[in-house]
Design a protein around this ligand. Structure first.
Ligand code: ADP
Ligand code: MG
Length: 620
């Protein structure tokens, strides 16, 4: 967002309460918006970015509020000690709850948080020491350097400083190494694991982060109200926070403030308006929220903030980042030691994969040496991609052994295999379409630096970040995408997206590179360029295993070929040997005695119906 606009907004927020004619009512209203913004900010990260839904945020607000309420009244602690204990408790509970429910599939977190929210609500309401449903009153005000924050106007400053700092921290976090991992949680889980990113770990992290923000909001609330009771921490408030996140735009930190402000103001207005209209004091506003939610999901699925942003862009308030200069020079990242040429890098022995009754990979064996490009070819459905998935740990093998540089891979998880130096691309491109090309590639270099959430939120990670981005830019330059660094990855042509995946795999500094149909969708020139890059990598000692249907490309580039059909290895050898192998001709051409090169450039349509013709078509 434009800095000037930000300064204007902050200045306006700052002077508003100081003006004596500002009604106290406004200040209270803004205070509530600020308190909600903190909670919703957590949901932006958790739900909007991470794709996880929690119905327990109000309960975390309750922990923050009740901990400080009890400790400062019954134990005469200072509010700061109350905050520290509240955060510690929240951390422990959120971590435990997250660790238990996040390992399980999608629905367990929402259900777990509902159960947790209800349980805590009734606990607050039934515990004698917490004053049951009457709650706790007579809470002291917060003191900073002897200055008490008693009035709504002074609390206003405290609340909004917390909101702005939390927004800043969250924005910093999203724009960092751990932030990229968090942004890949929603759509890129499998891919991210293949780059060594611990998805379950990051899910727990954002769950805890969101809970801590809610706890902070509760602490401020307790000392603003000077009293707490269970009702604001019930399930309906958790749902309201989710409303705010969705309406505001759950993908952006500004969405949190916009959503909180909109829903709060609307609720306020409706509460004073509806009793006149319906002549009753029932909570009719919920019906309106329901309708609003349907409308938002129908017409502005990403919430209101992206709309405001688009209008802001039209008015020149939002800068176009696409023409920004490339990232600054930075120290190169340390490189893994490459094995000496012709060392045995990968050995696949009798690897088998069954999907129910289907034998997708039938006791396949082959080996690959350093500085070699090996092709894995065969008709569609031959089991090539499955073999890739077995090597990279995406799928567990039914039996057999995969050894990489003296390490057994077949018992490891994808992310541990990535750590050893195996990089890959995917047959069905897996990238984060709304992230920039540069950031997508930087995701590949995740394991080469270690900056964490705290250092990212505090912006102490800039040196590391510069190194990662520089590395990403170097790899993009190398594969010929140096001109599209800041383009959204989803805007690239499919062939370019495949090339992006190669750059991302290279950013991981692999010893072994697995490329699944890298040249599909490329034009002739681009294929030649790709072949040049791959030969250069081979000369640098990289080992490459590639699946490709373009026979010209494969025959010219590879040193060794393995041919599969129906899961079984039918031939192996140099391209010359394989081309003349009768079993290969049989597999590709259904027994027609012809040169395989002709099949490669043959005009067979991929949609031809007979099995033999299908095979021919798939070669082209
Ligand atoms: P290729 O990459 O050589 O075209 P694949 O490895 O994708 O072939 O597929 C090999 C066979 O295994 C195909 O028959 C395919 O339908 C089947 N297959 C692949 N993945 C799965 C899966 N996850 N579940 C069941 N069958 C699968
Ligand atoms: Mg495949």
């Amino acid at each position: 967002m434009n800095r000037l606009l930000l300064v204007v907004i902050v200045a306006l927020l700052a002077v508003l309460p100081a003006l004596s004619f500002t009604p106290a009512y406004w200040i209270t209203h803004l205070n509530y918006i600020g308190l909600a913004s903190l909670v919703v900010l957590g949901l932006v990260l958790l739900t909007g970015v991470g794709g996880l839904t929690s119905f327990g945020q109000a309960a975390f607000v309750g922990i923050g509020a009740y901990t400080t309420a009890y400790m400062t009244t019954a134990m005469a602690w200072s509010p700061w000690a109350g905050l520290a204990l509240g955060l510690a408790l929240t951390f422990a509970v959120a971590w435990l709850l997250g660790a238990i429910t996040l390992r399980l599939s999608g629905h367990f977190l929402p259900i777990g948080t509902i159960a947790w929210g209800l349980a805590l609500y009734y606990l607050f309401g039934n515990l004698d020491i917490l004053g049951q449903y009457d709650g706790i009153s007579g809470i002291a005000s917060i003191n900073i350097f002897g200055v008490p924050f008693r009035s709504g106007r002074s609390m206003y400053y405290l609340i909004w400083v917390c909101v702005l700092l939390s927004m800043l921290a969250t924005r910093n976090l999203l724009d960092s190494r751990p932030g990229r991992a968090i942004r890949s949680l929603r759509n890129g889980g499998g891919m991210a694991e293949s780059f060594g990113i611990n998805m379950a770990g990051y899910k727990v992290i954002i769950f805890v982060y969101a809970a801590l923000l809610a706890c902070l909001s509760g602490w401020l609330y307790a000392h603003m109200q000077r009293a707490v009771s269970p009702s604001p921490f019930g399930l309906n408030y958790s749902i309201e926070y989710l409303f705010m996140a969705v309406v505001g735009g759950s993908g952006s930190v500004w969405g949190a403030v916009v959503g909180s402000a909109l829903i709060h103001t609307l609720k306020d207005q409706l509460q004073s308006l509806l009793p006149y209209l319906f002549d009753s004091k029932d909570n009719y506003e919920l019906i309106f929220f329901g309708i609003l939610m349907v409308l938002v999901l129908q017409y502005a699925r990403d919430g209101v903030w992206p709309l405001l942003r688009t209008w802001g862009g039209a008015l020149g308030f939002v800068r176009d980042q696409r023409n920004a200069p490339p990232p600054a020079q930075a120290a190169p990242l340390a490189q893994r030691k490459r094995p000496d040429s012709s060392t045995l890098v990968l050995e696949v022995s009798d690897v088998r994969k069954e999907f129910g009754g289907l034998v997708a990979v039938n006791d396949i064996s082959f080996s690959l040496h350093a500085g070699q490009i090996m092709g894995l070819i065969g008709p569609n459905g031959a089991g090539k991609s499955t073999t890739f998935n077995l090597i990279t740990g995406v799928l567990p093998a039914t039996s057999g052994k995969v050894t990489f540089m003296d390490e057994r891979l077949d018992r490891l998880q994808a992310r541990d295999i990535a750590k050893l130096g195996v990089g890959r691309t995917f047959q069905h491109v897996q990238l984060l379409p709304t992230m920039s090309v540069l950031e997508n590639v930087a995701l590949g270099a995740h394991l080469r630096r270690d900056s964490g959430v705290v250092s990212a939120a505090l912006r102490l990670d800039r040196a590391q970040e510069a190194e990662l981005l520089h590395e990403a830019a170097v790899q993009l330059e190398r594969v010929g995408l140096g001109d599209s660094l800041y383009e959204q990855a989803g805007n690239l042509a499919l062939g370019q997206q495949r090339i992006l995946e190669i750059a991302r795999a290279l950013a991981a500094d692999p010893v072994l590179l697995l490329l699944d149909e890298p040249a599909a969708g490329l034009r002739y020139r681009e294929k030649q360029e790709l072949a040049r890059v791959l030969s250069q990598l081979r000369d640098e000692g990289m080992s490459i295993l590639l699946v490709e249907h373009d026979m010209d490309f494969v025959m010219n580039l590879t040193d060794h070929l393995v041919v599969m059909d129906f899961g079984t290895k039918i031939a192996e050898g140099t391209p010359q040997v394989v081309q003349a192998h009768p079993a290969v001709l049989e597999a590709y051409l259904g027994g027609i005695d012809d040169d395989i090169d002709d099949a490669g450039s043959g005009a067979g349509s991929p949609d031809q119906p007979t099995p033999a013709a299908q095979h021919t078509g798939n070669v082209a």
